[in-house]
Each structure stands twice: as structure tokens, then as C-alpha cells.
Design a protein around this ligand. Structure first.
Ligand code: PMP
Ligand code: GLN
Length: 386
């Protein structure tokens, strides 16, 4: 038979799926794929139940139900001072993943270049390449994940159409500082490009580190699309309700792409997420506070076992250097080894370096878990490594 799409055939199954399958087969404690223990907030789920029976289950409007689009605009004003016209500047889609795909398809043309930071989330590169663009990677290295400013400036050129920036950054746990964002903004302005801002972990930041949307920097309001996810903000990863904010000029092509991807998203879930985004400040403070306590619990335990744990200012992932334990293989070998032999699963950080040749001595562990889950993982690792 004739070969199928050459971009997609060059990628394997995602590391999250591979490691979760291995975790199930070995009955291990799965700190690999990022999903919370528990079932999300009861009150948010209750709204979804109610809407299922008492609201329409037919196609909602393509751009999202008005309540959720209004809630996105109110949320952006409340947390960041962004003034957005919900009718022209917000969109709802099936997960941040779909907003990202719609943004890449909507903004990129064949022959364009897009800049991304490595390590990166796995959906970015395949979609950019399907859109016909060339990806220019700027590499951040553990354990400090500093932005190499010269490399960043050198990545921009006449063909640069956009930059994709993920802050807080999965898997690094890095939150871009205002100074770093100012550098990015200056380059975006100088080269007249767009910025796709994956901010799904916006409410999971620690130690009073502020999350600063690039969109709030001078000259950036009309060049950015800012993307959030109910999966992260309400610990409901299976719902796949994502949302975005952008100027009408940026939103128009994104909406066009969304129209041909999923077109719309389950209405009852949208009503529930609208309710969620309007929750009081205590909800958002508790989300980051609880997550910070879990970060500290896992970091302390891993450090006691002998891992060198990299700092984490946001997201729900810790990166641990396993060389001090005396393990001499790669991160892939390490993650398989601990799944099979210790009954704990992590994901290899090199999988997030899609340009190849990334660091191979870090495992990523997810801490959006109950204390008992984290303690059991630590107990097993301690028993194994002694
Ligand atoms: N971006 C990043 C950095 C993520 O970690 C995730 C989580 N899977 C997503 C996007 C996708 O979010 P969603 O599940 O809403 O599609
Ligand atoms: N965002 C999650 C992670 O980084 C997983 C997403 C997925 O499974 N596609 O672990």
C-alpha cells in the first residue's frame, strides 16, 4: 500500500501512553503521565450533571457557550488585568491541545518557521510540521533551565512567523521571569511575529512566584494567543475543555482551524467549567497551596533516597537526577527499571527533547497525587534503592 502521512509516521506512540501501559502491566504506582488522583471538585462535577439533564445536548455554538466565554474574559481580567471582549476575543475548544493545534494551523503556512523551547510538550512539533512549518528549537538544560539568550536571538530570522512559549513549563517546572518574557517580547516585536502561549499550568505556581502572561507585556496584546485548560485548573484531565484569548485578528484564523477540527465541545462540561472559573480566590489558592505541599513531600522523599531533585516553581512535575543512586543507564532504561523492579513509574525527560540528544539522566515524577500515593511510591523506591 502507499505510504501514509510522512510527518505522523515519523513519530511513535507518546511516552505518556507507553509508560502508563507499562505501569498498568506492572501494577506500579504511576507518577509518569500527569493526571491527578481524585475526581475533580464535587461542585464543578455537580454542575455538569445538572446541565446534562437540564440544558441542551445539541451542538453548542462553535466558539463556545456564552457563559464560558464570558467566564474566560472575566477570569483574564481578574487574574491578569487583561481586557478581553468575550464575543470577539475568546474561544473554547476540546482541550488546550485543540486550541494549540488550531493556533498552529491557523497562524502557520508552509515554509514558515516557528521557535519552540526544549524540553517541550509532545503535541507541538507534529502539528507544526503538519502545518508545513519548520521548527527551530532553543534548548534549556537541567537543572536550572536558563534561557540561552544568544541562541534565542539567533533562532529568529526573516521566516519566523511565531514562537510557542509554555510557562509554567512542562516538564521543567520552570516559570519564565518577567526579564525573560521581556526578551521574548522584544524579539517578537522586532521580527513582527505571533506568540502562542501555552499557560495551562497558570494556577499551579509555587513560593509566591507570579505567573505572567506574555500577553500583558508592552506590544504583546494583539500578537499573542493565551491558552488555558480545565484539565489542569480543575484537575479534570479527561474533560478536555480548553480555552483561549486573543485579539480578533489572531482569533479569526484560529477559529477557522477549530471549525474544521472538532467544531465544538460537550456543552454540559462547558457550563461546569464556566462555573469553575468564577470560583472564589480560596479555590485557586488551595489548588496551588495543596500542590506545593505535595511537591515538598515528594522532593523531600526523593532527596532522602539519594536523587538530586531539580527546583520546581510551577506545574506538577519534579525532575530527579538518578546518577547519585549509582544507576548508569539512560533515563528510558531507568524509568523501565523502576517500573518493573521497584513498582514506581516516571517518564524519561529525554522524551521531551524531540530534537534528539537531550539529557538522559533525569526522570520526571508527577506529584498531583494523594499523600498516600506519594508515600507508597517513596516507600517502594526506598526499599529498592536501600
Ligand atoms: N500543554 C501542556 C504543557 C500540557 O502539559 C498539557 C497536558 N496534557 C496540555 C497542553 C494539554 O492540555 P489538555 O488536556 O487541556 O488538552
Ligand atoms: N500533560 C500530561 C503530561 O505531561 C499528559 C498528557 C497526555 O497524556 N497526552 O504528563
Amino acid at each position: 500500500m502507499k505510504p501514509t502521512n510522512s510527518v505522523l509516521s515519523s513519530f511513535g506512540t507518546t511516552v505518556f501512553e507507553v509508560m502508563s501501559r507499562l505501569a498498568i502491566a506492572n501494577e506500579s504506582v504511576n507518577l509518569g503521565q500527569g493526571f491527578p488522583d481524585g475526581n475533580g471538585p464535587d461542585d464543578v462535577r455537580a454542575i455538569a450533571h445538572d446541565a446534562l439533564d437540564n440544558s441542551s445536548n445539541q451542538y453548542p455554538p462553535m466558539m463556545g457557550v456564552p457563559e464560558l466565554r464570558q467566564a474566560v474574559a472575566v477570569h483574564d481580567k481578574r487574574f491578569y488585568g487583561i481586557d478581553a471582549d468575550w464575543q470577539r476575543e475568546t474561544i473554547v475548544a476540546s482541550g488546550a491541545t485543540e486550541v494549540l493545534a488550531a493556533a498552529l494551523f491557523g497562524l502557520l503556512d508552509r515554509g514558515d518557521e516557528i521557535i519552540m523551547f526544549e524540553p517541550l510538550y509532545d503535541s507541538y512539533i507534529p502539528i507544526a510540521r503538519l502545518a508545513g512549518a519548520t521548527v527551530k528549537l532553543v534548548r534549556l538544560q537541567p537543572p536550572d533551565w536558563r534561557v540561552p539568550l544568544d541562541d534565542l536571538a539567533a533562532a529568529f530570522g526573516p521566516k519566523t512567523k511565531a514562537i510557542l512559549i509554555n510557562s509554567p513549563l512542562n516538564p521543567a517546572g520552570k516559570v519564565f521571569t518577567r526579564a525573560e518574557l521581556e526578551t521574548v517580547a522584544a524579539l517578537v516585536r522586532e521580527h513582527d511575529c505571533y506568540a502562542i502561549c501555552d499557560e495551562v499550568y497558570e494556577h499551579i505556581v509555587f513560593d509566591d512566584t507570579p505567573h505572567i502572561p506574555l500577553m500583558t507585556l508592552p506590544g504583546m496584546r494583539d500578537r499573542c494567543i493565551r491558552i488555558g485548560s480545565s484539565g489542569k485548573t480543575f484537575s479534570l484531565t479527561g474533560w478536555k475543555v480548553g480555552y483561549g484569548t486573543a485579539s480578533p485578528e489572531v482569533m479569526a484564523p484560529v477559529a477557522k482551524a477549530h471549525q474544521f477540527l472538532t467544531f465544538t465541545t460537550p456543552p454540559n462540561l462547558q457550563h461546569a467549567v464556566a462555573y469553575g472559573l468564577n470560583k472564589d480566590d480560596a479555590y485557586f489558592a488551595t489548588l496551588s497551596g495543596d500542590m506545593q505541599a505535595s511537591r515538598d513531600r515528594l522532593a523531600k522523599g526523593l532527596t532522602e533516597i539519594g536523587f538530586a531533585v531539580a527546583p520546581c516553581k510551577g506545574t506538577y512535575f519534579l525532575n530527579a537526577d538518578f546518577r547519585p543512586l549509582g544507576f548508569n543507564g539512560t533515563d528510558e532504561e531507568f524509568c523501565r527499571h523502576i517500573t518493573v523492579e521497584a513498582g514506581v513509574t516516571g517518564v524519561p525527560v529525554s522524551a521531551f527533547y524531540m530534537g534528539g540528544d537531550g539529557p538522559t539522566h533525569f526522570a520526571r515524577f508527577c506529584f498531583c497525587k494523594e499523600d498516600a500515593t506519594l508515600d507508597e511510591a517513596l516507600r517502594r523506591l526506598k526499599a529498592h534503592f536501600g
